[in-house]
Write a protein that binds this ligand. Sequence first.
Ligand code: DP6
Length: 360
Amino acid sequence: MIVNEFIPKPYTQLLDRGAVAYSAPSNIALVKYWGKKVHQIPANSSISFTLNNCKTATALRFEKKTSKGFSFEVFLDGKLQDDFKPKIEQFFSRIEVYVPFLSSYHFVIETSNTFPHSSGIASSASGMSALALCLMQIEQQLDPAISKEFFNTKASFLARLGSGSACRSIEGNLIVWGSHANIEGSSDLVGIKYPYEVHHKFKNYRDTILLVDKGEKQVSSTVGHNLMHDHPFAEQRFAQAHSNMEALIPVLKSGDLKAFISIVEQEALTLHAMMMSSNPYFILMKPNTLEIINKLWAFRAKTGLHVCFTLDAGANVHVLFPDNEADEVQEFIATELAEHCQNGHYIEDKLGLGAEPIKI
Ligand code: DP6
């Protein structure tokens, strides 16, 4: 599958060397992407909040080379990180047709996250989008006529080929990926800004990430997505995601937080239900994940506040709540939920505006 609009015109002249840098945020899905076809095409559409504080900053230095093939070194927090190489090598080979200069340079990739590497927070979304944006900066130097819109769209297209959810980490603050008949402009190839009205209750929406388990991921997302191929409930799940996307449209418009909560929590638990019912099966929640969920439900019933949770493919809990309820919810998190986090650690985040270039 080749998408011609992202293949650049032959370069008139290559730069000998240079350096670019970008910072890109993580994102948290409300309707989950879980299951994909070849070429990183999602089985269903998804929608996410772009985060503000959880970010990856990546600098890319490049120098012309004459040898064939890809050549790069990758550093995390200043330390050589050879275990990142296979994923980047795969990324480069998937995107080379769209970024033909890749094999003309030796690259030094220096990356760091604002969240601890061992936090169990997936860095692939922010990491791949930061790298895709750096490559687009080089492309822009080779072709200064590129528009901002094309820059972001192609960055999202490239990032998706590195990691699906990364295509939702270019812009803010509500991003849709995957074609949906009711969402104008939605595409399987790129993330787009949610195109309809969003109620002011969602402004500065908060996401506090409770770090229940900072260990390595038990199941890589690639393995997890593949398990949806022969999953007995796959078709029902994709249909459910599709209708949840549709149901969110009036909810985002009206600010009906009760309806919002029920869609978001159902999505999180269905994601885990899919893992628990695949072959092989997994339980990625930990006892503390359930402790937190039960306490959160009891707190919500008692106070009537609009706090809810969502989960990624792991044990950490994302606690979502509106900005105007932040004082009470943050106090509840500090006094009641922090004790269920590893070493009491959690990260306060909120809706963000997307990636930004870094001066280098
Ligand atoms: C559970 O984007 O990490 O976070 O495309 O294989 O890299 P790959 O998968 P990835 O999957 C993310 C899955 C999820 C849900 C979501 O973010 O929508």
